[in-house]
Each structure stands twice: as C-alpha cells, then as structure tokens.
Design a protein around this ligand. Structure first.
Ligand SMILES: *Cc1c(COP(=O)(O)O)cnc(C)c1O
Length: 566
C-alpha cells in the first residue's frame, strides 16, 4: 500500500502503551503516543510489531477524597479479555537468577489497513523467584528501588529482542521509544561480535525528555550486579555510557543510526543537551491518531464533507468548506455529551452556554495546573468584565509523588474558594475515554507548561481534530501549530525572544499568568460571547490547519521516509 514499505519488520519498543481504555497499561503521553504509532503502522499496513511489558496491574485507579487528596489503588485489568497467551518462552539472566519470560499478544487492527501485533512480556511465572514475578506487573514500578527498575528495563530490552526472535520476527529496525528500552543494544552488541556499527544499522531512537536532569541514569555498579557477564562485559557497556553512570539516553544515542526529538523546538533543545550527537538528532513532530480521537458528532459532519478522512486525515484541510451551523451544532452536541459525562462522574452541573476550559495532564509541577489561579482577584476581574468561564480538570499524580498530589489538592482548594463564581471540577481517573470526552467537548484546550519542558504534547492535537482551539504557552508542537487568533492563542513570549531568554523561573510564572489573563479578557472571552462568527472561524481553522497536519499518518510517513529508510 505504501511505497515506503521497509524490508523486514519494525519493532517498536515502549515501556507503556495506550491501547484500549480497558487496559490500564500507560502512565501518560508517552504511552498514548506509542498506541497512536502502532495504530498508524496498522493504517499504513506496515510490517511492524510492538513490544512492551504486560503491566497487568496497571498504573492504578485514581480516587480523590473530599480534601482533594489522591489515592491510587492497583487496577489489574482482565488480560485474557484483551490478549491471547503465547506458548513461547525465553530465558535471560538477571543477577544470580535465571528468568523465564512468557508473552501475550494484543492485535491493533485498522479499519482500512492491516493488523499490527503488540507483544507483551510477562515474568509472572511459577518458575521465577518472587521479586522477578513482579517485574512486569505495574507500569514504571512505583515504590520500587533502582535495582528493581533496572531489572525491569533489562527484561524489556534483552528479553524483548529474544522474544521477537523466538516468535520468528525478522526485525530490520529496533525503534526505542524513550531510553527505557535501550538495553536492547546490549543484546544486539553481543549478537554482532561487539560491532557497534552493525548495531547502529539496526537501531532508531526517539527521545522525549527536554530536561537534562530528567534523563534516567543509575550507578553503574547496579548494572554490574544485574547484567549477565556472559552476555557482555561492563568494559564494553562503559564505552557507550561513559562518566561512571548507566545513562539510558546516552546508550541509545551512541548506538542508533537515527535519533529524533518529537517537535522542532524539542530537536533544538536535545541538540543543546547532547552536542556531540547534534548532527544525528532530527525532528519528527508527533501526531495523534485521527480515527481514535474524533468525537461522534464531529465525525458525522466530516463524513458529509470529506470522503475517506479517517484514512487520509490531510483531507481535514477541507474543513474550510464546512458551514458555521453544522460545525457549531456538532460542537455543542459534543459539549452536551461532556456535560452529561461530568454530571454522571462527579455530580457537577456545567452550563452549555458558558465558555468551558479543559485541562487534563499528568499532575507534575512543570505543567503548572494551577496557573489560572495565580492571581485570583485578577481572574475575578476578567470574568466580571468579559464573561463567565467554567473549568474541567483531570490528571493523575504518579503513585507516591507528593508534589503531584499537592497540585490536585491546590485545584480543589481553588474550586472551594471560587465556588460561587466559577464552576471548577476535577475528574477522577484520567484515561483514554476521558481524554476523548474532554478534548472533543470543551470550548478551549488550556495548556501552560514551563518552557521548554513540553517536548511535544498531543492532547492539543486531539482538540484540534474536534475544532477545539488551544490556548497555550508557545512550547512543544504549539511553536509550529499556533497562528495567533486563528488556530488558537498563545500564552507568554515567543521562544528565543529576548524577553523569553531573560526570564527566571519565578518570573516565568508571573509573565505567563499575566499573559493568560490578558488574552482571556481581551480575546478569548469577547470572541466567544460577542463574535460567534469569528469563533467558528477559529474552530474551523483548528481542524483545517492543525488537524490536517498533526496526525499519526503524517508522523508515520515521516518515520518511514526519514528514520526507517535510512
Ligand atoms: C492524549 C493523552 C495524553 C497526552 O497528552 P499531553 O498533551 O501530551 O499531555 C495523556 N493521557 C491521556 C489519557 C491522553 O488521552
């Protein structure tokens, strides 16, 4: 089907995968992206296979008590309902243990393309010691020590390569989605008589981490304890991860033929972080999978105007031809669906005629969920002058992360404080279904990370597919996707402007919150309440300019041309 079909199978390794709502096998954007990548492979009928861990206890279900305190409980999902058990097993050595690894298969099927299997590794077998059985159970092993986490990565990388071999895949490219999978290079070095060039020929690496301190690194002695010395010597490992640490990103950078960041801005930041690899670091801006992330009512309107838009989402550019009324009505219908959803879940009543902001992201400090409330009095003035808003939040803090939990408590605090003025609700247990309900049902998608921390972001793309404009700091994909007042709005200065470069951390929050209030008061609210025609233009532009471009098919065509064809 595609002229770019590579020889051999592409194996896409990722610690987490957002496959289906019932499978609690992801933590956030990285996993959702991995899901959209394999959905993109399936649409293009590319010979590919996904590889991950079973993660059968999930990340956890989020409960929030009346004080806004998050509680996470393990949320096992029914593996047999989604996956087929495979007979194959492989063995590897971890420390003194011989570990047996089994596997399950989940099929990603495309309506108009092919099927791509995702192989999920499982160490929970009777023959394994207790701690080994736990390795593939919870996403990112919350509460476990570094030794345990390294063992998990070894299973993913080394066990993964062996399992694909055992299952008979003829892999031509191993694609590491983030550094967690980078130990697969050690297995490949061993198989190729330590010929690093031969390994590079087979490896592609996508980095997602724009902050130096956030790259995974561990004491090298820990790896020494766990790594099978018959496989590879620590002397060799140190050549590819120097400086006395095992640094998963450097290992992948050193042993890949092609590396990319996930947006243009992220490419720049990655090149600054790893100057010795600058030439090799390319950019492929993320895209979200259109058929997965368009609400039902909007899909009906698209069906009437753009044949085959699911298969060729570039056609969303013809959204310019959709009339105001059907577009607005489809949006309002999706908004009512969201209002019902929120009432069912949270017992909170939202108003169909009030501008609704949506904000759903992992609760981590750099995403700054409470930025809207930085100056509550100013916010009150904005509303008094320009019209009401209501806000829907969602997002999990990583289990055991006190700073993430505090963010949710803060939002709860503001919801109480502003109870009589603004309806603010925090939905429990953000998942894929909720992601779709929110990005397709709010009026404006709010995003205000500290820059340059948002490598790309994809939820704003889902919003664009649904004609929901984004209101965001100019970071990640928004550097490319934003046309002021046309596809959405910016918050704060342009990247590389003298103003941006001078900002200290505290200043950034002040500058951004002020910009947020100004734009909300002078542009967003007046357009929404007083110029509906202009508003619907912006909705249409979000679909036509951003939806037609920031989709998984375009992303996968770029991977096929730039990464796999190399
Ligand atoms: C889309 C999505 C994400 C990723 O969105 P970002 O914009 O990258 O934060 C995370 N979680 C869920 C459930 C999603 O649907």
């Amino acid at each position: 089907m595609t002229t770019l079909q590579p020889d051999g199978t592409i194996a896409y390794f990722s610690m987490e995968y957002g496959l289906e709502n019932g499978m609690n096998t992801y933590n956030g954007g990285l996993g959702i992206l991995a899901g959209d990548v394999v959905r993109g492979f399936a649409d293009l009928d590319v010979d590919a296979v996904g590889l991950t861990l079973l993660n059968d206890r999930g990340l956890g279900h989020q409960y929030i008590d009346e004080y806004g305190t998050q509680h996470i409980e393990p949320a096992p999902w029914p593996v047999e309902e989604f996956c087929e058990p495979l007979d194959a097993t492989v063995e590897m050595t971890i420390g003194d243990e011989t570990v047996t690894i089994g596997a399950w298969r989940y099929d990603v099927e495309s309506e108009h393309g092919g099927t791509v299997p995702v192989i999920m590794l499982d160490t929970d077998r009777e023959e394994n010691p207790h701690w080994i059985r736990e390795l593939t159970r919870r996403v990112y092993a919350p509460g476990k020590d570094d030794r345990f986490k390294l063992a998990v990565y070894l299973v993913l990388g080394i066990g993964g390569v062996r399992m694909l071999d055992e299952l008979g895949y003829d892999v031509s490219t191993y694609h590491m989605n983030e550094g967690h999978a980078s130990f697969l290079t050690l297995e490949l070095l061993s198989r190729n008589d330590l010929d690093a060039d031969a390994v590079r020929e087979q490896c592609v690496f996508t980095t997602h981490t724009p902050v130096a301190a956030a790259h995974d690194e561990y004491p090298i002695e820990l790896l020494n304890e766990l790594l099978d010395d018959e496989l590879i010597s620590m002397y060799t490992v140190r050549q590819y991860s120097p400086r006395g640490k095992i640094h998963t990103t450097r290992l992948a950078l050193n042993l890949s033929r092609y590396v990319n960041g996930v947006a243009k801005r992220h490419q720049e930041v990655s090149r600054e972080m790893f100057p010795e690899h600058a030439e090799k670091i390319d950019a492929i801006t993320n895209g979200a999978h259109v058929p997965t992330w368009v609400g039902d009512e909007m899909a009906e309107v698209f069906d009437e105007h753009m044949r085959n838009w699911r298969r060729f989402p570039t056609k969303l550019q013809h959204a310019t031809l959709i009339d105001d009324q059907p577009l607005w009505e489809a949006h309002q219908a999706q908004k009512r669906d969201l209002i019902d959803y929120v009432e069912d879940r949270q017992g909170v009543e939202l108003d169909e005629d009030v501008l609704t902001l949506g904000f759903a992201r992992r609760a981590v400090p750099y995403k700054r969920a409470p930025l809207l409330f930085e100056d509550v009095d100013r916010l009150r003035e904005v509303i008094a002058r320009s019209g009401d808003v209501q806000v829907v939040y969602a997002g999990k803090a990583f289990p055991g992360d006190p700073r993430g939990r505090e963010i949710i408590e803060q939002i709860y605090g503001y919801a109480d404080e502003l109870e009589d003025e603004i309806t603010i609700t925090y939905l429990e247990n953000y998942d894929m279904e909720m992601g779709l309900a929110l990005t397709s049902g709010v009026d404006v998608w709010l995003n205000n990370p500290r820059r340059p921390r948002e490598a790309s972001g994809t939820s704003g793309m889902k919003a664009a597919f649904n004609g929901v404009p984004q209101f965001s700091t100019i970071d990640g994909w928004w550097v490319e996707g934003h046309i002021e007042g046309e596809t959405g709005w910016s918050i704060g200065p342009e990247p590389h402007s003298p103003r941006e470069e001078r900002m200290t951390d505290a200043k950034e929050t002040l500058v951004d919150s002020t910009a947020l209030y100004d734009t909300l008061e002078n542009d967003v609210l007046p357009t929404y309440y007083d110029d509906r025609e202009k508003w619907v233009d912006i909705m249409r532009n979000a679909i036509a300019f951003n939806g037609s471009r920031y989709h998984a098919r375009r992303m996968m065509e770029e991977y096929l041309a730039d990464a796999y064809d190399a």
